[in-house]
Design a binder for this molecule. Structure first.
Ligand SMILES: [Zn+2]
Length: 680
């Protein structure tokens, strides 16, 4: 069986992942899932980089043993990746014994080859970058990436790696393997850098305890950057399980951010050359995510929590946005408006609407059973085959956005096909019965094929679509399933809307939403709506007005531009007074408040709700000092099921206005009513 081993960068654990971090993992996951779809025995590695002095400092500040701290952070990372449906096969932590074995083995090999030597390092060191800086790189004497931080002048015994001797071998490798570094623009940058000459680099730090001891001088630890790169090899058994290593090494693909391309395409291959080990086949340096055009950063307040983004409309819409809207390799921007817009345009109005209409018509006209009655539509079959071919070519080159776009061309073609064939007209003509069946079969087949192509990008949604059009969902294989098929009976399944339309909001819309416990909805709950999923309604987004065509008539195949979306809740998404009254909102007085240990976001509150005292956890720690809340009167959701957060059972939820990208403001009163008063 063909094998494919791919990796992402391992992450620093000094803060929780933001959307920029998640972007890399989602794109790598799409590649991993695509390779599995193509029948590769795939191994997808992710992990955490723990031997950083910043991590050590962070742990010490929180009065935690560093390993305990790293263990807690691992849970945060895993939770995020799980929420985004990232399907890694292995997760390595650089504090694991297997990693120590790999680092020891590789370092020993390079030392034995004479490419590590002892010396003295003297110069500037930026603690935040954990990188030595040259005088010429400093701006006003400070690190360019950390302008408020003065680098330290360091003089210590160091071991050095003879990177300088690998200039020519690296140039030769780049020449022999033009595919080694992608995209092209990064390759040119790195080639110029290598051509400019390479300096030997420090591979150890003296006098530190947090790290892996150098095997030939245990008084020093391996420098964190050197240590981190080796994870790719230690995860597949270097120095511990050589049989596993032989099986999986070299890696087929390292997916990394453009800022660390130099480490992965200069230092790492040179290390492997020195150790007489094969080089990874390819490195892909992706671009950065920005928020409204600004660099995504925790300290600038421009970091998006990927879990929040996934909770807004579901993880698959988020994955689709990241893959389809951003040219893989270039920088890409995220805005909440655009996110909602694309959700409505691609999913609610387009793919979701198509599935609803075809499934509804199959139910109405053919009792949900479809089998071909002749040859499929020439034009649609041709587009289907062309799209599958374009998709495969794009995905094989990791041009992920083109792969996604190809699948959506088939969705568009299916919409146009329905408009052109007008099944609702065919249904009135008894002599067109066979034709109608074939038209519906073709439409269902186009949906099936598009869902197979989209499976790596929106995996759970694709499987749900396949289920609805009566296709197999397990063991998908591109060679078998990635082509137009005009055979077999399909038993269609009718179900609720896949993607209810999301109301357009702007960042300035201070929509009030409950805060306190993270939303738990994996996807928006289906809303009761007569306009979706039934043959009696024309489309998701409109109700037939007098004089509109007969039931079963689809909406125009081009979705309405989402900028025209109403700014108030569409009638079909509104709830009844009875539904609202199920939510019991009550006045509560805060008796005590404290930070939840190990969380930057959560506060533990003790509140008086009139009839009892309750404990609840609220995600407002970034906006409120605990002390400032004591004595304050707030509003809570009284009848919420208890939820456990960081080990604390939360009994209720504090209402807060939560502007996108801003800090929450709890709902309060000028003249507080008595605790327990109902709010409605
Ligand atoms: Zn720095």
């Amino acid at each position: 069986m063909k094998r494919f081993f791919l990796t992402t960068a391992i992450d620093y654990v000094n803060s929780r992942p933001h959307l920029g971090t998640a972007y890399e993992k989602v794109c790598a996951d799409v590649i991993a899932r695509y390779k599995r779809l193509c029948g590769f025995d795939t191994r997808f590695l992710m992990g955490n980089d723990e031997h950083s002095q910043n991590v050590f400092k962070q742990a010490t500040e929180q009065r935690l043993d560093p390993l305990t701290y790293c263990g807690l952070m691992e849970q945060e990372f895993r939770k995020t990746w799980q929420r985004l449906d990232v399907s890694f096969d292995d997760f390595i932590r650089t504090t694991e014994p297997r990693h120590k074995a790999g680092v020891t083995e590789l370092t020993n090999r390079i030392y034995a080859a004479g490419d590590i030597y002892e010396g003295v390092y003297e110069g500037w060191y930026c603690v935040s970058c954990e990188e030595f800086k040259q005088e010429k790189d400093l701006v006003n004497g400070n690190c360019p990436l950390h302008p408020t931080q003065k680098p330290e002048w360091i003089r210590e015994k160091n071991y050095f790696f003879r990177l300088s001797t690998y200039q020519q071998p690296l140039l030769d490798h780049f020449a022999a393997h033009p595919e080694f570094l992608q995209p092209e623009i990064r390759r040119n940058e790195i080639l110029r850098l290598i051509e400019g000459g390479l300096m030997d680099i420090s591979v150890s730090r003296a006098g530190q305890s947090w790290g892996i001891p150098l095997p030939f001088d245990p008084g020093s630890v391996v420098y964190v950057w050197f240590d981190a790169l080796i994870n790719y090899a230690s995860a597949v058994g270097l120095g511990a399980d050589m049989e596993l290593f032989e099986r999986w090494w070299p890696a087929d693909l390292h997916v990394i951010g453009k800022d660390i391309t130099r480490f992965h395409t200069v230092i790492w291959p040179a290390m492997l050359m020195a150790a007489r080990l094969p080089l990874p086949r390819q490195v892909f340096g992706h671009g950065f995510m920005t928020l409204n055009g600004q660099r995504m950063s925790k300290s600038l307040g421009t970091a998006i929590d990927p879990i929040e983004a996934a909770n807004r409309v579901g993880h698959d819409p988020l994955r689709l946005y990241l893959v389809k809207e951003i040219v893989f390799g270039s920088d890409g921007d995220f805005t909440w408006e655009r996110y909602d817009e694309r959700y409505n345009a691609d999913l609610a109005n387009n793919l979701g609407n198509l599935v609803s209409r075809v499934v509804a018509m199959a139910a109405r006209y053919r009792g949900s059973r479809l089998a071909p009655t002749g040859a499929g539509s020439d034009q649609l079959v041709r587009i289907g085959e062309q799209v599958a071919d374009d998709y495969r070519k794009a995905m094989d080159r990791f041009v992920l956005h083109e792969g996604a776009a190809a699948a959506f061309r088939l969705v568009d073609a299916a919409n146009e096909y329905i408009a052109a064939t007008a099944p609702w007209t065919l249904a009135k003509d008894p002599s067109a019965a066979a034709r109608l069946t074939q038209v519906l079969f073709d439409a269902a087949e186009a949906i099936r094929l598009a869902a197979v192509l989209l499976e790596p990008i929106i995996p759970s949604s694709s499987r749900e679509i396949l289920r609805r059009v009566g296709a197999a969902t397990d063991g998908l294989n591109f060679d078998r399933d990635g082509h137009w098929r005009n055979d077999g009976e399909r038993v269609i399944v009718q179900d609720g809307p896949l993607w209810p339309r999301k109301e357009h909001t702007t960042v300035n819309d201070n929509e009030t939403k409950p805060s306190g416990v993270p939303p738990t909805a994996a996807a928006p709950a289906p809303v009761p709506s007569s306009a979706q999923g039934t043959a009696d309604a024309p489309s998701v987004s409109s109700t037939p007005a007098p004089g509109t065509p007969a039931p079963g008539t689809p909406a125009p195949s081009t979705p309405a531009p989402s900028t025209a979306a109403p700014s108030t809740a569409a009638p079909e998404n509104r709830i009844s007074i009875d539904e609202f009254m199920k939510v019991e909102l009550r006045v509560a007085k805060v008796l005590a408040a404290e930070r939840v240990p190990k969380s930057n976001r959560l506060l533990k509150l003790q509140v008086d709700v009139g009839t009892e005292h309750r404990t609840l956890v609220a995600g407002i720690a970034e906006a409120y000092e605990p002390e400032s809340l004591v004595g304050k009167t707030v509003v809570i959701v009284f009848n919420l099921k208890p939820a456990k957060l960081m080990g604390i059972e939360s009994n209720g939820m504090v209402l807060a206005a939560s502007p996108d990208g801003g800090k929450p403001t709890v709902v309060s009163f000028d003249e507080p009513p008595a605790p327990g008063t109902r709010v409605r």
